[in-house]
Design a protein around this ligand. Structure first.
Ligand code: FES
Length: 390
């Protein structure tokens, strides 16, 4: 069960489903809730299966909640400032016991809402009304959000990502106008998680965190444009060169109940441990890689390393409580408090393709096709693990 090793040094109150909790100012809301062993944070929109944070980087839907009246907030990307009101959305009943969870039981082979009573007079409209009530992702915000004008900015180089490769590029362009962004709450990528002392690299001080590049485009011509979304709102950036150090997505392994709360990517698990949490007494780490290796060196948990090909599934009603592995033709049940998935993951190629690049399929996903200098399209380069180098 996740818990905090030491009490917060800068404690502030937050509220979760009406209960008052203490959080560390600046940590993400998701981390704060996990520190109180709140692993189940959401429900899937259709079958209402329990959901929990998996990635802690805005790439899954496991941490969505209503925050201060705004639905679908990724709580892993919202730093705590104190006083936030977090509410579970899309449940009938309570978070831990959502009555709509029966849907998962009643439709074990999935639910095709396009066909369910479609066209049956009288019943069709009734079913649709019911479906609208139980599906979706919460209700509209309590009040309209503030409308802000997009900012306009110009730069020589836009660097996306803040791992080692990105910082090398930032140093090469020190004398130019550089906009350096990362969508994470903290700069440094996985390198800084593996080696925390690297966080003192001066290049990281200039990174705009929590800033996502929504698009890279060549229109209006002539020019190269990037649309950034950050804490200050939207920025339309005109830029001469784009360097993509977007790294890799967290891996997802296909096994039964791979979506149970308490399942974390190795990167997310290591981020939690570095932030002062323990994940549980006994934690299974499936797969291998530098993140998992670093994680298994940390104190506080018994780490159980599992080869992916032996994993048959996970068990638990509202959170993972055991895994099934196969050895010598026999299936073994092993109790765990959390499950960590490690491995190479697929390259985050999306912006490279938007910018005009092409991809080739490799064993772990699609890789941008780059020339010897990393160029994937005119004025666009890829560096680091997104193109298979570090
Ligand atoms: S999106 Fe927040 S944990 Fe994945």
């Amino acid at each position: 069960m996740p818990s905090r090793v030491k009490p917060p040094t800068d404690p502030v109150p937050i509220e979760h489903d009406g209960e008052r909790l203490t959080a560390q100012r600046g940590e993400s809301l998701a981390s704060a809730l996990l520190a109180h062993d709140r692993v189940l944070l959401a429900r899937s929109p259709k079958l209402h299966r329990p959901r929990g944070p998996y990635c802690l980087r805005g790439a899954c839907d496991g941490c969505l909640a209503r925050v201060d009246g705004v639905p679908n907030v990724m709580t892993c990307l919202r730093p705590v400032s104190g006083g936030e009101r977090v509410e579970t959305q899309n449940v009938v009943g309570v978070r831990e016991l959502d009555l709509m969870g029966a849907t998962d039981f009643l439709f074990p082979r999935g639910l095709d809402h396009h066909k369910l009573f479609a066209g049956v007079r009288g019943v069709s409209a009734l079913v649709q009304r019911f479906a609208r009530r139980v599906a979706g992702l919460g209700v509209l915000p309590s009040r309209a959000g503030e409308v802000r004008e997009a900012r306009h900015e110009e730069a020589d180089v836009l660097i996306v990502g803040s791992g080692r490769a990105a910082c090398r590029v930032a140093r090469e362009h020190e004398t130019e106008r550089v906009v350096h962004v990362d969508d994470a709450t903290v700069a440094g990528g996985r390198a800084a998680l593996i080696e925390p002392s690297w966080r003192s690299d001066p290049a990281l001080a200039r990174v705009r965190t929590l800033t996502t590049v929504l698009s890279v485009s060549r229109e209006p011509e002539p020019g190269l444009w990037a649309l950034l979304l950050g804490p200050e709102g939207l920025t339309l950036l005109r830029v001469r060169e784009v360097v993509l150090a977007t790294g890799r997505h967290d891996p997802v392994l296909p096994f039964e109940n791979n979506d149970l709360p308490g399942t974390f990517s190795a990167r997310a698990a290591l981020a939690l441990v570095r932030a002062g949490l323990v994940l549980g007494r006994r934690v299974a780490v499936v797969g291998s890689g530098p993140l998992g290796d670093a994680l298994c060196l940390t104190p506080g948990s018994e780490w159980l390393r599992v080869a992916p090909e032996t994993l048959r599934g996970a068990a638990g009603r509202r959170r993972v409580s055991a895994i099934f592995t196969e050895r010598g033709g026999k299936t073994e049940r092993r109790s765990v408090d959390a499950l960590v998935i490690d491995g190479p993951g697929a390259p985050a190629f999306e912006l490279a393709v938007q910018a005009g690049g092409s991809v080739v399929h490799a064993p772990h996903g699609f890789v941008p096709q780059a020339d010897s200098s990393g160029r994937v399209a005119p004025s666009v380069r890829c560096v680091g693990s997104v193109v298979g180098s570090d």
